[in-house]
Design a protein around this ligand. Structure first.
Ligand code: NAD
Length: 354
């Protein structure tokens, strides 16, 4: 399908703004419809972006034959259901991360992709960011790997967003499934998507959401509510892969940490990479170790250009000129890892995959 792609956005909360603004800047995208359970939220986006069709029931949006593709920006518990319905309605789908809440749901979405012949692009936005693309080009040229060890941290000293994020029924979990998904996916993608062999994970709920803390601002969900908190506040894991590589990760919504931390590091036989907080390539030449800083616009993940690059890519996928870099199969593998960490933590022992 070449030409302009008519888009419907389902879920008009915080992150949808990045979808709306990115599509609005793409000359091949037309914002045709918006849907949110809260009509006033959908109306506000429709007004801002001049969108003709407003819905509160996503089934009605999907029944509109003049929509080619949808962005799903709803709570995690509706990702699978809406993705499957959209694929059945013949739409290409960009589903925000995480793909869904469980491996069973992920497999059902994968099946729906196969049956529909449409694309489901998982919103692993960091794969599309310029710093990741640069590292990937070095990896693909064989200048760093094979990677045998990776390490990622996404630590918030205070930052449980409340609302649906802290309701396990709607989110599927806390910092692991919310922010851990990004750093785990980045490492796994750059490691060459090795098959997971075993996982040893721990989750903790020792501090609660610390809604009592004063004088320190933090990100809050559109419908912030601190009363319900059924998710972990910290998780860590050691993930082993069949090729012998390993990944260590730790994430938190809150922790008695001195400062927030975002680090993504990969270590290979020929070199190393620090992707976050600031891209650095580590190599050895003429018996000397070099730390190289590329001359590029963004040495770390840039939110606005990352989403713009992702939406631009998705539009080309819908036009048939590109294949998604984040297909449903990858969403399934990441769900296996995330759910594996929760399962290992629940059982209190390492778990193994066939
Ligand atoms: N890629 C990223 O970096 C990134 C960042 C933030 C959030 N996200 C993901 O985006 C999704 C939304 O997060 P958010 O921060 O925008 O949350 P939010 O609470 O701000 O917005 C979610 C919106 O979805 C609406 N909604 C829920 N179920 C619906 C349904 N069945 N039909 C129509 N509307 C529905 C809600 O009314 C709400 O307005 C989550 O899956 C989250 O994990 C991704």
């Amino acid at each position: 399908m070449s030409g302009k792609i008519r888009i419907g956005v389902i879920g008009a909360g915080s992150i949808s703004e990045m979808h709306f603004s990115s599509y609005s800047k793409n000359p091949d995208a037309v914002l045709s419809a918006v849907c949110d359970l809260k009509e006033e939220r959908a109306k506000a986006k429709a007004e801002k972006y001049n969108i003709p069709n407003i819905y509160t029931d996503y089934h009605e949006l999907l029944a509109n034959p003049d929509i080619d593709a949808v962005s799903i920006c709803t709570w995690n518990n509706s990702h699978a259901e809406i993705s499957i319905a959209a694929l059945k309605a013949g739409k290409n789908v960009l589903c925000e991360k995480p793909l869904c809440k469980t491996v069973e749901e992920a497999l059902a979405v994968e099946q729906a992709v196969k049956e529909s012949g449409k694309t489901l692009h998982v919103g692993f936005v960091r794969r599309y960011a310029s710093n990741t693309r640069i590292v990937k080009s070095f990896m693909d040229a064989g200048e760093i790997g094979p990677i045998y060890y990776a390490k990622a941290s996404c630590i918030r000293k205070l930052g449980n967003p409340g609302g649906w994020f802290s309701d396990v029924e709607r989110s599927g979990g806390g910092p692991l499934i919310d922010v851990g998904v990004h750093v785990i996916d980045l490492c796994w993608y750059l490691m060459g998507k090795p098959k997971v062999k075993s996982i040893s994970g721990n989750t903790y709920n020792r501090l609660g959401n610390r809604a009592n803390v004063k004088n320190l601002r933090f990100y809050k969900a559109a419908d912030y509510n601190a009363e319900l908190n059924t998710v972990e506040d910290m998780a860590n894991a050691m993930i082993r892969f069949e090729n012998g590589a390993s990944l260590i990760v730790d994430v938190s919504f809150t922790l008695h940490a001195k400062e927030d931390e975002l680090t993504v590091k990969l270590f290979g036989e020929k070199g190393g990479v620090e992707l976050e907080p600031k891209l650095t390539l580590i190599t050895e030449k003429h018996d000397t170790i070099l730390n190289s800083t590329p001359q590029i616009d963004n040495l770390s993940f840039d939110f606005v250009s990352g989403f713009q690059d992702e939406m631009n890519f998705f539009i080309e996928v819908c036009q048939g000129t590109k294949t998604t870099l984040s297909p449903v199969e990858d969403g399934v593998e990441i769900m296996k890892i995330l759910c594996g960490v929760y399962e290992s933590a629940r059982l209190g022992k390492e778990i193994y995959f066939d």
